[in-house]
Write a protein that binds this ligand. Structure first.
Ligand SMILES: [Zn+2]
Length: 382
């Protein structure tokens, strides 16, 4: 499928401010700010990263509201051109740096609005990743609520039936055979409860939230970084265009994300290996931080909207969840992805860590395939 997933969404009138002019700090200022950011990262106990479409533009996936973004061109009556497919897209330097930073305990949670699957395919641990708007490569069973990560994008969007059936094994080795749906939210679909809950928890205890490549116009994702500020943490925003929360930023960096993060990586003395092939990591090797016991349940909002049109969002708590927020009670189910490559070698899946954060549902990894066409797909061992 073309990376123009936006074409599959329902019509939506106000998509926020598009085509705002970009700004760039000069090189010396950029270095200075990157150094300060590295210092903040080193001195913080909990770091949360918020990513938007600007993270994936260097992978060839267009953003939405940049000067040549999908919605910007749409406003001009123009059609964007796409050279690659989601399957061909390769994680950027910043995607891969985040994986390394998580490994060494310098990043603790990533909240992404991107559906391109690049965080997951870069090997960022799924239990420390909230993909609030879904993932083109992930399908979910209506019956057992297990997720399956595929090697190809879903044929549908908007939480619809994909025509595929769940192959998760039940007792006595029988397959579930429930119907799978895609996980891609359409406008105003409900966000996944568990990932939104975890995002709020992390943002509240974080000393540092870093926004990367988002103009923060879509709610509730756009409001999450402020939870860190409200609880005494710092906010750093890296984005070429102005954002909704610039006034709240302790450091505001105008630069290309990969350039900035290369400087940060140098300051942190982290080397980033080249990308070889999609690798799925289910769990972080780090245990979860201690979250305070909530005194009351409050939610910014549960549906995805542009805040240009949704001025009620911050007070519109506990909106009735739509179809996408079904949860199940299988909290004791431990994710176990059994994957072997066709030649019997160990798979591209890291599922061996002991500090397990068990999500509500287990993850059934169906495939982990190389990006190169015509190479053999790594088959599930069942
Ligand atoms: Zn199932």
């Amino acid at each position: 499928m073309s990376v123009n997933y936006s074409a599959g969404l329902s019509p939506y009138v106000n998509k926020g401010k598009c085509g705002l002019p970009e700004k760039q700090d000069d090189h010396l200022i950029l270095k200075e700010k990157a150094s300060k950011l590295a210092d903040l990262i080193k001195s913080s106990k909990v770091v949360v990263v918020h990513t938007g479409a600007g993270l994936s533009t260097s992978a060839g996936i267009p953003d939405f509201r940049g000067p040549t973004g999908v919605w910007t061109l749409e406003e001009k009556g123009e059609t964007p051109h796409f050279d690659i497919t989601f399957e061909q897209a390769v994680p950027t330097f910043t995607h891969r740096l985040l994986v390394e930073m998580e490994k060494v305990g310098l990043v603790h949670y990533v909240i992404s609005q991107n559906v391109d699957g690049l965080h997951l395919r870069s090997g960022f641990p799924k239990d420390r990743l909230a993909e609030l708007h879904g993932n083109m490569f992930t399908q979910k069973c209506q019956l057992c609520a297990k997720e399956q990560v595929q090697d190809h994008v879903s044929p549908t969007m908007g939480l619809k039936l994909t025509g595929q059936k769940c192959e998760a094994l039940k007792c006595r080795g029988r397959k579930c055979r429930g119907m799978l749906t895609d996980t891609i939210l359409d406008w105003e679909d409900a966000l996944p409860d568990d990932e939104l809950d975890m995002s709020e928890k992390f943002c509240k205890i974080a000393d540092l939230s870093i926004v990367m490549g988002s103009s923060l116009q879509i709610l509730p994702a756009g409001n999450l970084p402020l939870l860190t500020k409200k609880n005494g943490g710092k906010l750093v925003i890296i984005n070429l265009q102005p954002t909704k929360k610039d006034k709240s930023a302790d450091i505001r960096i105008y630069g290309y994300l990969d350039d900035v993060m290369q400087m940060v990586a140098e300051s942190l003395n982290i080397s980033v290996p080249p990308f070889k092939k999609p690798t799925i990591c289910l769990r972080s090797s780090h245990s979860l931080p201690q979250f305070p016991i909530p005194t009351k349940k409050r939610r910014l909002t549960k549906t995805r909207t542009s805040n240009q049109t949704d001025t009620k969002s911050e007070t519109n708590n506990d909106v009735t969840a739509k179809s996408g927020s079904k949860s199940n009670s299988k909290s004791d189910v431990i994710a176990k992805a059994v994957i072997k490559s066709s030649n019997g070698n160990e798979p591209d899946v890291n599922n061996t860590t002991e500090n397990i954060f068990v999500k509500q549902e287990s993850l059934d990894l169906k495939f982990s395939a190389p990006l190169i066409a015509n190479e053999e797909i790594v088959q599930k061992d069942n």
